[in-house]
Design a protein around this ligand. Structure first.
Ligand code: MG
Ligand code: ZN
Length: 373
């Protein structure tokens, strides 16, 4: 009896030890699972985000490179495509301030307002958010740097048209590098202030004559046009792609990473003017600039490139000309914005998040979820 009792106890202990062993191995499996998924998340999280906005660029505008240049379009290099719904808080058809605020702040704003919600409360922009995380930030545009699209990344204003007021925000903003037009809002102001001096006092190197060859160690302000930059047809040359190269060179010096917004501002202007040649020139220039961003992401990795639009302009179509299936007639239906969805292209780390059909505000939330680390 006694021997049987002892055997029972030993058996119980063996079973208990076996049970503990099983539990332990389950726990250790679970722990290593966690570390695997953490590594996976880390590996798919970009250090840098380059966001390129073609103002007014719908799918027909994107298709221009396919028919009006001999080299392949850089849009062909994107593995992930989504569609963005562009309506604002107040209107079915948005404009550039509310359109950019959706992307920069993740909220539906009222038309003509920037960086504020419907109750006029300021909302943190992606630039302000990533700056807090230690990233460098930059803006490159062919409009004035105080125009609605770039300003929605650093200003909180009830009206997009208070350009002189918007300019006063730049010296104290989180922007480390910017290039674009708008000189008159800095040095030819009603209040007689010279904001170029204020920029210098805030630690910027300021260039107003031409695009410098080298980036500065300091923060860098490049303001070249009186208002918007010249059109391509007026000799703007490679300003957009060269300034983008310069911005990447400057911002990538930060080991923490960077956020850069580049705008093909005048795609919209060509459509407003109902000038197809103007539109085509500006679209092709934007396409080339996208190449600079993807080349960088391809070479150095760690980077997410997103290309989208704030809205479509003109109801632009590549229609058939004169009943000839081999002839395109590029037509602008109107001289203002439309309600059509706009494409979102993504390349690089985290790109897979951008597939699908969603509201424009999601672009902000997707970017932010990738920077949260
Ligand atoms: Mg714009
Ligand atoms: Zn417009």
């Amino acid at each position: 009896m006694y021997i049987l009792y002892l055997t029972k106890i030993v058996m119980k202990r063996i079973l208990l030890l076996f049970f503990i062993f099983i539990i332990n191995s389950c726990v250790s499996v679970k722990v290593s699972d966690n570390s695997i998924s953490e590594t996976t998340i880390k590996e798919s999280t970009p250090k840098n985000i380059i966001l390129l906005i073609g103002d007014g660029m719908g799918l027909s505008q994107v298709s221009i490179a396919q028919y009006y240049q001999d080299t392949p379009s850089n849009f062909d290099r994107f593995p992930v495509i989504g569609l963005s719904k562009t309506s604002s808080a107040t209107h079915v058809i948005t404009e550039s301030a509310a359109g950019a605020t959706a992307i920069s702040c993740g909220i539906k704003a009222a038309n003509k307002t920037m960086g504020i919600d419907e109750n006029f409360y300021p909302v943190e922009t992606i630039v302000e958010y990533v700056s807090k995380m230690g990233l460098s930030t930059g803006l490159v545009v062919t409009s004035s740097i105080v125009g609605a699209t770039p300003a929605s990344f650093y200003a909180h204003m009830k009206s997009r048209y208070d350009y002189e007021e918007v300019a006063t925000l730049l010296p104290q903003s989180d922007i480390d590098f910017f290039a674009g037009g708008g000189l008159q809002f800095f040095n030819d102001r009603k209040d007689k202030k010279n904001l170029l001096i204020e920029l210098e006092m805030s630690g910027f190197q300021v260039d107003t004559m031409k695009l410098p060859v080298e980036v500065s160690e300091k923060k860098h302000a490049i303001i070249l046009g009186k208002d918007g930059m010249p059109k391509m047809s007026e000799g703007r040359g490679n300003f957009l792609s060269d300034a983008t190269t310069l911005a990447i060179e400057k911002l990538s010096a930060n080991k923490e990473g960077f956020f850069l917004m580049v705008e093909g501002s005048q795609i919209d202007w060509g459509c407003h003017d109902m000038d197809v040649d103007y539109l085509i020139d500006e679209q092709l220039d934007f396409d080339r600039t996208i190449g600079v961003a993807i080349d960088y992401a391809e070479k150095y990795g760690e980077t997410l490139v997103i290309v989208t639009a704030d809205h479509e302009t003109g109801g632009f179509a590549l229609a058939m000309d004169n009943n000839d299936y081999n002839k395109i007639k590029p037509i602008l239906y109107s001289d203002d914005h439309s309600a059509t969805m706009v494409p979102v292209f993504a390349y690089g780390l985290g790109a897979e998040l951008f597939g699908g059909v969603y509201e424009n505000t999601e672009i902000f939330h997707k970017m932010r979820s990738l920077i949260i680390e």
